[in-house]
Write a protein that binds this ligand. Structure first.
Ligand SMILES: NC(=O)CC[C@H](N)C(=O)O
Length: 382
């Protein structure tokens, strides 16, 4: 007797997938993306940039190394759910502190297994990232029509400021509206750490760790911080973090703040959402992509040096390079589709990239960008 499906994925176009439910019981509406990374499912699920998104993993072995809480990229899993080919198995990993299914159940995240993820990924690539409803019910009772209607009725991520929802959920030493990344690794030359203020739009922990490892002492402020609050910390550099949602929506309050900081001629480094908002602050536009870039093998070319690096990516919006104003130089492009992946401001220590030099998961080809940022600060110390 075939097992009755205990999970259901309903797309807004009426396509329905049935499978095996795991993790939390319940229902969630979100945008469905796919990620092609072969490792790092825990880092992906805890990346705050995935808020209001469900991740289809194209790699079939998800859960086989359990979870190790210290590898979380934020205090909680933020991806609304996951879609996998094979149901998670018992972890085989001496570092595992829990198995994926229990971890998801405890942290309120839904999973569906037994899905033809190749077919689903092809549909996402061809028709764009769909709005979906994912439900897990041990009794297998699903109101398909209602789920499809709910997916159809969901407004989606365009126009949605999600950064505010996830900012500063890192549960580190939170005091008085700010928190500091615990400790700094000091400077290679033994000098005092570089004072960096990171504006947290949904920052991944490994970005903050990478800043500290490159010699910064990082003070983290919420997404809604004002320029005055940032400058009150007398920063030697400013970091604009990754994060979920529509950059233009978050930019409504963040762009005026970034413009004020640009006038101070301080080193500024942005990653992903930070890159997009810096571009908006400089006068460019951002656009929604068909299905985005989510994976750990994305080739990016530095158009000034010709060097190609393999990068980790997770974004559904992009900077429209045609709208970059005079004095703002496109520095990197995707070799998959030519989309913008980096910029710098002529004559200023201001630069940003669309991809993730902190990896976590993914390749570390671009880790040197953290050094480029701290070098810009060191050189101003004289
Ligand atoms: N990882 C990110 O910072 C994502 C940026 C933005 N939310 C996008 O989807 O493009």
């Amino acid at each position: 007797m075939p097992q009755k499906p205990t999970a259901c994925l309903a797309l807004a176009d009426g396509t329905v997938f049935h499978g095996h439910g795991f993790g939390a019981v319940g229902e969630v509406v979100a945008e469905l993306v796919f990620n092609t990374a072969m490792t790092g499912y825990q880092e992906i699920m805890t990346d705050p940039s995935y808020a209001s998104q469900i991740v289809t993993f194209t790699f079939p072995h998800i859960g086989n190394t359990g979870v190790t809480e210290q590898d979380d990229e934020s205090a909680d899993p933020v991806a609304a759910g996951i879609v996998v080919k094979w149901d998670p198995t018992e972890p085989s990993n001496w570092r595992a502190s829990a198995d994926l299914v229990d971890w998801m159940a405890r942290r309120g995240r839904i999973g569906i297994g037994g899905i033809d993820t190749r077919r689903l990924t092809r549909a996402i690539r061809q028709q764009g990232a769909p709005h979906v409803v994912l439900a897990h019910d041990p009794q297998g009772d699903f109101d398909i029509a209602a789920m499809v209607a709910k997916a159809r009725g969901w407004k989606g991520i365009v126009g949605l400021d999600l950064a505010k929802e996830v900012s500063c959920r890192q549960s580190y030493r939170w005091t008085e509206g700010m928190w500091s990344w615990p400790g700094s690794f000091g400077q290679p030359d033994g000098k005092a750490p570089l004072r960096v203020v990171a504006v947290d739009y949904g920052a991944k922990r490994n970005i903050l760790r990478s800043l500290a490892q490159s010699g910064a002492e990082v003070t983290v402020l919420p997404a809604t911080a004002t320029a005055e609050e940032v400058l009150a910390h007398n920063p030697e550099g400013i970091f604009l973090s990754n994060g979920p949602g529509d950059p233009a929506a978050t930019g409504e309050y963040a762009v005026p703040m970034i413009r004020e900081l640009l006038d101070r001629d301080l080193p500024i480094f942005g990653i992903c959402l930070g890159h997009q908002m810096l571009a908006l602050a400089l006068g460019a536009d951002t656009v929604k992509m068909n299905h985005g870039h989510h994976g750990a093998n994305h080739p990016v070319k530095d158009v000034e040096t010709g060097k190609v690096e393999i990068t980790s990516m997770n974004h559904g919006f992009a900077v429209d390079a045609q709208t970059l104003p005079e004095g703002v130089i496109e520095t990197h492009v995707s070799l998959f589709d030519g989309s913008n992946c980096g910029l710098r401001v002529a004559g200023k220590p201001v630069f940003s990239v669309q991809y993730h030099p902190e990896a976590s998961p993914g390749p570390q080809d671009s880790a040197h960008l953290f050094e480029r940022f701290t070098e810009a600060m060191r050189s101003r110390r004289g």
